[in-house]
Design a protein around this ligand. Structure first.
Ligand code: ADP
Ligand code: MG
Length: 696
């Protein structure tokens, strides 16, 4: 067993109980885990401030001085201990509310101390509550270090596992590790990128010699993390290309008939380009694994249908899997329109389809008479057996992981179906490279002609009268309007109340107007009924929670009003806005907020007002929120990077992907001596399962 696999229990000062706590709270099991538990920030102990320089705006300061006096103030229940620290330039109070006895024993007058803490001001006096205080020694006198600060939990602190304790553990474990740390990057890369070695990087990430060394350590470790992820993804892709034959679909006769007789509009240039890419994959003899990205309304559905026709032309079947029931239904409704015209059988299979209705679906799939199956996760069930699945389309909306995707393409025993992954919203390049780094990427970067860009404005709640006036003129011109309220999971009741209040005030403002209401707590039939009324134009205003985010297409609706817009994420706002602008008329999106806006909310709203470009919006969103939040919790696992940050390290990611490509192009099996360390590292990462297992 290697040093790094040793259980933390055996580290000096840990023992079984603390090891169990570290496991539970921080997921740290082994020495290796601990070493990879990197600081999330560093406190600047590189200099001592003079007391006269200190003010309450400073985050943390380090000072040295003598304690001139110590006094206990207040009665039994509100006691505090105050010590007065002074140097040649002034005096500052150090205050303790807890652990008073212990401090009284430790802190002695007229001795030199090093003090570290966050200054604040009470009236005319500066003070530091619960500072760190230590005797001045020759070593601390020299100062000059950046102190690591580690992620911790409240529970750990309560059990005296605090930052100091972790620092001690890190010092010990690193001391022991030094002779075991192997270089993990090939010399060529180290040289090209002027990276420091692994050993130096690990030491300096915990105990940086200087800011400069810290940056070097971070750069090196971030690169390494990204490099191995990319290496693995590209390797997966190469293996698949090598091993998995795809069915050859070269017969375009059915497609040609569709083009001649039923294509409802001319394809955009972007759609044509993507169709060509898909066609060339599907006839190549290799299995297609392609990601199709395009903004809301860019026309991905028709591209999906065209791909399906290619499969059916080759006498195979096609499946489309969507993440939610509503989305599956919508896809079904859309594709059925085309399929019916072409006399192609199509069915919907979701969790709510009854057993009796499933049976014929299963049968017709197995005998090959059912050509297209649309559904949710239900498609992955054992009983769902195709005669010959030629194409699997997966509409991801960021919900499925690589593992789930691959389940669908294992539906055939002897060959793999072609796979087309569609995403409902554009994904920033860095994320796409990581989440879908094993796929080819197609982008529809153009909207169908004749669409008028949606006009977006920001209005404060105080302008509601004007907004209502605008709604009125739009409805008089024959349009329809959405009014959307936020939905927070913590309090469905409160949300419902906001929605109902909003509904009432709109009813009051438009007394004669037929108005629909839609929210998550309604029965499906009631929802469908309201949705249908609105779609037919019987109601003019739709008041709803975000349930309308997906699955609604009413071309006559031209106004989207988002209430409490500051509470929505950027991509969600963009999705909502995509509900309008589907018809020929000029559409509008109005973002309502009150006056209190955080700077992040301001950026979000300004971004929405400035641009309709989903890719630009996604990039901004990534920078604001970081990848985990952006993709929702369900898939953030794959993005749980130890040190790299996809929002900030885009450049490094490109370099890492490039380096991985170069190496694998040269030496696909990593058999060269100078690449042996890479292979070893892949093995050891697999074993310790740091973030690999979550990716694969
Ligand atoms: P999304 O990419 O968001 O899934 P859809 O496929 O739903 O977009 O297409 C949005 C709307 O645009 C649909 O009503 C569709 O019929 C229409 N559409 C798609 N492609 C074109 C095109 N080339 N010309 C005109 N309308 C199109
Ligand atoms: Mg769609």
């Amino acid at each position: 067993m290697s040093f790094f696999d040793t259980s933390l229990e055996f580290l000096k000062g840990v023992g079984p109980q603390r090891a169990a706590l570290l496991q539970k709270e921080l997921k740290l099991f082994t020495f290796g885990d601990l070493i990879q538990h990197y600081p999330f920030r560093y406190e600047d102990r590189t200099r001592f401030y003079r007391i006269s320089e200190v003010n309450e705006l400073m985050p943390f300061v380090q000072m040295k001085g003598k304690i001139t006096d110590v006094e206990l103030i207040g009665d039994k229940f509100k006691r505090r201990l105050v010590a007065y620290l002074s140097d040649d330039t002034g005096e500052i109070e150090l205050v303790w509310f807890q652990g008073i006895n212990w401090v009284m024993q430790k802190v002695k007058p007229n001795v030199d101390y090093v003090v570290f803490g966050k200054p604040s001001r009470y009236g005319s006096k500066l003070s530091i509550a619960h500072p760190e205080i230590e005797l001045l020694t020759e070593k601390s006198e020299k100062g000059g270090y950046l102190q690591p600060v580690y992620p911790l939990s409240e529970k750990l602190r309560n059990r005296y596992i605090d930052n100091k304790f972790i620092i001690k553990l890190q010092q010990d474990v690193i001391k022991g590790a030094i002779s075991h740390i192997r270089e993990t990057l090939p010399a060529a890369i180290l040289q090209q990128q002027a990276f420091i070695g692994k050993k130096e990087a690990l030491i300096n990430i915990h105990f940086p010699k200087s800011l400069e060394w810290l940056e070097r350590a971070q750069r090196r470790l971030k690169f390494e993390e990204l490099f191995f992820i990319q290496l693995r993804l590209i390797k997966m892709k190469l293996v698949r290309e090598e091993k998995f034959k795809g069915i050859v679909f070269g017969d375009t006769s059915i497609l040609t008939r569709f083009y001649k007789e039923h294509l409802p509009f001319d394809l955009t240039e972007a759609q044509k380009k993507v169709v060509r890419e898909i066609y060339s994959d599907m006839k190549s003899g290799k299995q297609m694994n392609r990601l199709l990205q395009g903004d809301v309304g860019s026309g991905k559905t028709i591209v999906g249908f065209i791909s399906i026709l290619l499969a059916i032309g080759g006498d195979a079947q096609a499946a489309l899997m969507a993440p939610t029931e509503i989305l599956a239904q919508q896809h079904y409704a859309n594709l059925k329109k085309y399929a019916d015209k072409m006399n192609i059988s199509i069915a919907l299979l979701t969790g709510s389809v009854k057993k009796s209705a499933r049976k014929p679906i299963h049968e017709h799939l197995a005998d090959g008479s059912l050509k297209i199956l649309i559904g949710t996760h239900a498609l992955l069930e054992e009983e769902v057996k195709f005669k010959k699945l030629g194409l699997a389309i997966i509409d991801e909306q960021h919900r499925f992981g690589v593992a789930q995707r691959s389940k669908l393409w294992q539906k055939n025993a002897d060959f793999y179906p072609h796979v087309l992954v569609m995403t409902a919203t554009p994904i920033p390049r860095t994320l796409a490279m990581t989440l879908y780094g094993d796929l080819e990427i197609s982008v529809i970067d153009e909207l169908p002609k004749g669409r008028k860009p949606i006009k977006t404005t920001h209005q404060f709640d105080s302008h509601r009268m004007q907004v209502n006036g605008f709604i009125k003129t739009q409805i008089e011109a024959g349009r329809q309007v959405y009014v959307v309220y936020p939905l927070i999971e913590e309090s469905e009741k409160l949300d419902l109340k906001h929605l109902m209040d909003g509904y009432e005030s709109i009813s009051r403002a438009f007394p004669e107007m037929p108005i629909s209401i839609l929210h998550g707590q309604m029965k499906p039939e009631a929802k469908d009924f309201e949705m249908a009324r609105f779609a037919k134009g019987e109601t003019k205003i739709m008041v709803a929670t975000t349930v309308i985010e997906v699955g609604v297409d009413v071309p006559n609706a031209s106004v989207m009003i988002v209430e409490s817009a500051q509470r929505f994420g950027l991509s969600q706002l963009h999705q909502l806005r995509g509900r309008v602008g589907r018809g020929a008329e000029q559409s509008f999106c109005i973002l309502m907020t009150d006056h209190k806006l955080s700077s992040e909310s301001k950026t979000r709203i300004e971004t929405m007002v400035r641009t309709n470009n989903g890719f630009e919006i996604a990039e901004t969103d990534l920078k604001l929120r970081g990848p985990g939040d952006l993709m929702g919790t369900q898939q953030s696992g794959a993005l749980d990077l130890l040190i790299a940050d996809l929002g900030k390290d885009g450049e490094l990611l490109k370099i890492a992907r490039g380096a991985a490509q170069t190496i694998l192009a040269d030496d696909p099996l990593l058999q060269r001596p100078d690449n042996r360390m890479i292979l070893q590292q892949i093995e050891s990462i697999k074993k310790s399962a740091v973030n690999w297992s979550r990716i694969s």
